[in-house]
Write a protein that binds this ligand. Structure first.
Ligand SMILES: [Zn+2]
Length: 103
């Protein structure tokens, strides 16, 4: 399943630039994002985004949607953070993405 990906020009509070999939509600405005291209996985888009910024990370919101169809290394990385309850983790990621959007 291919999709268009974008990277946010402004970093999030954790200094990572969020990589968003087309249609993500947290996708920044046109002038606040860089078009990366069409990729079959968010992981590929993150690799591409690193040509623009040193620290980038797939948006927790739209990367999470991607998880339903396919597993990527970054997602198993999150799975290891099981010390945080999943509900809380979703709340945090939502908040971070929102902050990213407001920047
Ligand atoms: Zn997103």
């Amino acid at each position: 399943m291919v999709a268009k990906y974008f990277v946010a020009v402004r970093p999030q509070t954790n200094e990572n630039h969020a990589v968003h999939k087309e249609g993500c509600p947290f996708l920044p405005d046109d002038e606040k994002r860089i078009y990366l291209g069409v990729f079959s996985s968010g992981q590929d888009a993150v690799v591409e985004s690193q040509r623009h910024f040193i620290k980038t990370k797939g948006c927790l919101f739209c990367s999470k949607e991607h998880k339903a169809s396919e597993e990527t290394p970054s997602q198993s990385e999150w799975a290891n953070k099981d010390s945080i309850p999943s509900k809380l983790r979703i709340a945090i990621s939502y908040h971070q993405s929102l902050l990213c959007c407001l920047n």
